[in-house]
Ligand binder design. Structure first.
Ligand code: LRH
Ligand code: MN
Length: 426
């Protein structure tokens, strides 16, 4: 891993240019009436969960190209997230996926998590693959299946995920269903919906009072005619019927082209059912690319709605789970995740720089150009010095990717774990 003095000497080398840039940016903010120290404090407080299933090389049906030095068990995955958090001090938790991350030695795992300053944020169930010792197949669905025995098997699996989560002090179950159909006539839509509602309710009622269920929607893949939970409206309807601790999970890649995701986010906040995000970038479908790499303005507009809602006392929305869900086919997974965290923090910081009083006035006056220019001014602000300073003040690196490279961490991991070690996950 990286020794503290390596971070120190890295920051000392970066300091002159960094402080020149920071002083300029702080000047710009102060002249606009913002308090740079407060903005930096808000950036430091914004912590993002890293997916355990995205620490190795991802792949597609056309191929998978191993990067070497991949974590091959939960302990090594915790070490890799620990490294990411050591570098940027902005990734203090991990999302687990069961059965890929079934905890074996719980006391040792809790000690390792504590050592790296990490917690487990959410446990993800998996009823989209058949495990070798499984009795019933999920080929034709899980919680929506026509056979009660298959639905019960899937319900039991989700309850088991909650048990694993409890062992590691998590309080959130994330449910994404691959359930759906590939051809017209295959599903009775209303009956399949009703079976799914009853199954989700059975899982919810087995969860402890203080747990949250996040229900993730997706319009297609792996089914290509219909999905049981294709859109935010369906997920929201399940949340309403299941209980107050059931909320909608928004995976940025789970929207049809040209969907106004920021409006969906504002709706869910208005209804108090926005539970969390799976951040990633996409050009076409569920591409799971680096967050903010393809549509940075859209990501900014999403955070504009989030900051607006979170700063409005009228909005009664629960704490939102900030999680990444990505897959890395051509980048080093750790570098990609460091970029994603940066992309998210940059979008959040720009949203903090929106002059909301002036914007509200321009909206009241229907001054379309002024309203847009107020947003663009915030979006076009170079916030990188603020994000870097937040990481530096928290004991991290001014430029995490540069240090990851100069410290030759990947070479060290390959030497320690081998060129062909592969991580469980997608
Ligand atoms: C489905 C999904 C879901 C996960 C999986 C890893 O596309 O977004 O969140 O369980 O990816
Ligand atoms: Mn997801």
């Amino acid at each position: 891993m990286i020794a503290p003095d390596q971070i120190l000497s890295h920051n000392q080398a970066q300091a002159p240019e960094h402080h020149t840039r920071l002083q300029y940016t702080e000047g710009v903010l102060e002249r606009k009436g913002f308090n740079p120290a407060q903005i930096i404090a808000q950036i430091r407080a914004f912590q993002i969960a890293i997916p355990s299933w995205a620490l190795g090389s991802g792949g597609t049906r056309f191929g998978r190209f191993s990067i070497g030095g991949e974590p091959s068990n939960l302990e090594e995955k915790i070490e890799d997230v620990g490294l990411i958090h050591q570098l940027n001090r902005s990734a203090n938790s991990i999302s687990l996926h069961i059965p890929w991350d079934i905890p074996k030695d719980v006391p040792a795992l809790k000690q390792l998590l504590h050592h790296h300053g990490l917690t487990i944020d959410s446990v993800n169930s998996n009823t989209f693959q058949d495990q070798k010792d499984q009795v019933h197949s999920y080929k034709f669905g899980s919680l929506c299946h026509t056979e009660a025995a298959v639905r019960q098997q899937a319900i039991t699996h989700n309850i088991q995920c909650v048990e694993y989560g409890k062992q590691l002090d998590s309080k959130t179950l994330t449910v994404w269903l691959a359930d759906g159909s590939n051809f017209p006539g295959q599903h009775h839509f209303r009956q399949a919906y009703q079976r799914t509602a009853e199954s989700l309710t059975a899982i919810y009622q087995a969860m402890p009072e203080d747990w949250t269920m996040l229900i993730e929607y997706k319009p297609y893949e792996p089914n290509f005619y219909s999905m049981i939970i294709p859109d935010w409206g369906t997920s929201y309807s399940f949340c309403q019927s299941i209980g107050k601790n059931a909320q909608v999970l928004v995976d940025l890649g789970h929207h049809l082209p040209n969907t106004n995701i920021e409006q969906i986010v504002s709706r869910l906040m208005h209804f108090g059912r926005l539970g969390g995000f799976h951040f990633n970038g996409s050009m076409y479908g569920d591409d799971d690319l680096t967050t903010g790499s393809i549509k940075p303005y859209q990501l900014f507009l999403i955070f504009h709605e989030l900051v607006d809602g979170m700063s409005d006392p009228e909005v009664k929305n629960p704490n939102i789970a900030w999680m990444i869900d990505a897959s890395h086919n051509t980048k080093d997974p750790i570098e990609d995740l460091l970029q994603s965290v940066n992309g998210i923090l940059s979008a959040y910081t720009r949203a903090l720089l929106v002059d909301r009083v002036a914007l509200s006035q321009a909206q009241e006056d229907n001054d379309v150009v002024k309203a847009e220019e107020i947003l663009r001014d915030a979006f076009l602000t170079d916030v990188r010095p603020l994000v870097a300073e937040a990481m530096r003040l928290a004991g991290g690196a001014i430029d995490p990717i540069a240090l990851f490279r100069s410290a030759q961490v990947r070479a060290g991991l390959i030497e320690k774990r081998g060129k062909f070690s592969t991580a469980t996950g997608l």
